[in-house]
Design a protein around this ligand. Structure first.
Ligand SMILES: C[S@@+](CC[C@H](N)C(=O)[O-])C[C@H]1O[C@@H](n2cnc3c(N)ncnc32)[C@H](O)[C@@H]1O
Length: 321
């Protein structure tokens, strides 16, 4: 088998030694194992942006007395906690699944006292708690080697009347809107110019130089585990981790998923019920942006409400009502 046929050109210099799909999965597991300890502290949006969006998504669910929930890629437990908070006693059982044991350990630390919550790093064992009538994912799809295959593979764990709350994924629509791209480019230039006024830039640079960030640690372990013949760069690891996020250095800088393409790809199993887009500074979060930039972002949001750089969506099985 000629594995290199399927590898993108930017991977070839590092001589990957396993097929692309396994590489993406293994790199993600290693990376998130290192990232687990800083994940909650380093993602402002977990506290300031996503809870409101999840409250809105949860409101779209129909009334049911007994939800059996599969949290796929639960991480440290963000979306599971939102659901338990908003849906209360209607949550009968929740399986928190994540391939990273370190992420799962954090999730256990957060939700382990709730007897309804179970934890697994093994999807085959997680199946035993099914069938589930609610699938929840947040910020996970863009890490998957093959989104379609994974989502189709989950169908057998779900009931015919299941819903799916899919939070925070990157949207290509933003990058197809010339005015959005223009603001993104201006903000990128401003960000680069002013970067050295931010202490976090020095911390990031220092960690990178010392090789103590999660990307460098992942690169070293991946090399040691013979996933690559040559030590990969941090950039290559970042591209494999965020596999469906095209990076700024790519000539074609469109990032993420097209919701209408997803609708058509998933139409046999999922019907799109509701969606919302946000983030009008592209790959940059709005939370730490200055007021002048936020004002520009808000103008775009008013004008193009479907063209934010991120989206969340609510899906149901086609037969659900
Ligand atoms: C950005 S974190 C999001 C965690 C959590 N859902 C949240 O929103 O806080 C991505 C999570 O996806 C998990 N992940 C990566 N690849 C995965 C895969 N192939 N299957 C399931 N989960 C995966 C990672 O281990 C990590 O916990």
């Amino acid at each position: 088998m000629n594995w290199f046929m399927e590898f993108p050109s930017w991977l070839a210099p590092f001589e990957p030694l396993v097929p692309l799909k396994s590489l993406v999965e293994e790199i993600n597991t290693i990376y998130h194992s290192f990232d687990a300890k800083n994940y909650d502290a380093e993602h402002l949006e977990i506290r300031q942006l996503w809870p409101g969006l999840w409250a809105e998504m949860i409101q779209q669910l129909p009334q049911r007395n007994s939800w059996r929930v599969l949290d796929f890629g639960c991480g440290t437990g963000f979306e599971a906690e939102q659901l338990l908070h908003h849906q209360g006693s209607s949550i009968h059982f929740l399986m928190a699944y994540d391939p990273s044991r370190e992420m799962l350990a954090r999730c256990h630390g957060r939700l382990g006292n709730d007897p309804r919550v179970n934890f697994s790093d093994d999807l085959v064992r997680a199946r035993a708690g099914g069938p589930y009538n609610l699938l929840i994912t947040n910020s996970v799809l863009h890490h998957l080697a093959d989104v379609e295959e994974t989502i189709y593979g989950l169908q057998s764990l779900l009931s015919e009347d299941a819903y799916w709350l899919s939070g925070n994924e990157p949207s290509t629509r933003f990058y197809k809107n010339a005015l959005c791209v223009q603001l993104f480019q201006h903000y990128t230039a401003y960000y680069e110019r002013t970067k050295w006024f931010r202490p976090s830039a020095y911390v990031g640079k220092l960690k990178s130089l010392l090789g103590v960030n999660s990307l460098s640690a992942t690169a070293r372990l991946a090399h040691k585990r013979r996933l690559f013949a040559a030590l990969p760069s941090d950039t290559v690891i970042a591209r494999l981790v965020d596999f469906h996020v095209r990076h700024l250095i790519d000539a074609d800088s469109e990032r993420g998923f097209d919701l209408s393409v997803m609708e058509s790809v998933f139409k046999q199993h999922w019907l799109l019920r509701w969606s919302k887009t946000y983030s009008y500074l592209g790959a940059f979060g709005e939370l730490s942006a200055r007021r002048t930039w936020l004002n520009k972002a808000h103008l775009l949001q008013e004008k193009f409400p479907a063209d934010g750089a991120n989206f969340c969506a609510v899906w149901s099985r086609p037969v659900s009502n």
